[in-house]
Design a protein around this ligand. Structure first.
Ligand code: NI
Length: 159
C-alpha cells in the first residue's frame, strides 16, 4: 500500500463525475488499500477516489478509526431528518463551514468483494456518506456551505 497525493480544490478532477466500477481487479484492490492508508495518514474520516485523482465510484469512510467502510458504486436510498454542523474536506485544507445534511442516511453499495450491502448511519456517519458521495458527482461541500468558509482551527473531522 502507498500514500497517494490528495488533490485540492481548483483541480479539474474534483469537478468531474466518476464512473461505476464494473469488476474488481488487482488495480482497484490496490487503489482501495491506498485510499484507506491515505485517509488514515491525513486523519480524515472519509475519502473518495476522485480525491486521489481516480474517477471511479469508490469511497472509504471510517468515522471511529476502527470501522472502515468500503463503498463501491454507492447510492443513497433513504434519508430522514436534518443536521447542521461543521464540515471540512481533505481537498480543501485548512477550511471548514456549516453544511446541512440529513440526520439519517441509508446507502446501498458493493463491498470489496463486489457483494451488495447496506450501510446506515446517523450524525457524523450520515454526514460523511453524503459528503463522500457528493465527491463522486464532482461536488465539493464548499458549494453547500451556509455562511462563510472559515479557517479550521484543527484538522479533526476533515473528510
Ligand atoms: Ni471531501
Amino acid at each position: 500500500m502507498a500514500i497517494r497525493n490528495i488533490r485540492e480544490i481548483g483541480e479539474e478532477v474534483l469537478t468531474k463525475k466518476s464512473r461505476e466500477v464494473t469488476e474488481m481487479t488487482p488495480r482497484i484492490k490496490e487503489l482501495i488499500g491506498d485510499m484507506l492508508e491515505t485517509m488514515y495518514e491525513a486523519n480524515g474520516v472519509g475519502l473518495a477516489a476522485p480525491q486521489v485523482g481516480v474517477l471511479k465510484r469508490i469511497v472509504v469512510i471510517d468515522t471511529t478509526g476502527e470501522d472502515p467502510h468500503i463503498l463501491i458504486n454507492p447510492r443513497i436510498v433513504e434519508t430522514s431528518g436534518e443536521q447542521t454542523g461543521s464540515e471540512g474536506c481533505l481537498s480543501v485544507p485548512g477550511k471548514k463551514g456549516q453544511v446541512t445534511r440529513p440526520e439519517y442516511v441509508k446507502a446501498v453499495a458493493l463491498d470489496a468483494d463486489m457483494k451488495p450491502y447496506e450501510l446506515e448511519g446517523t450524525e457524523l456517519l450520515a454526514r460523511a456518506i453524503c459528503h463522500e458521495l457528493d465527491h463522486l458527482d464532482g461536488v465539493l461541500y464548499v458549494e453547500k456551505v451556509e455562511g462563510p468558509l472559515l479557517d479550521a482551527g484543527s484538522e479533526e473531522g476533515e473528510e
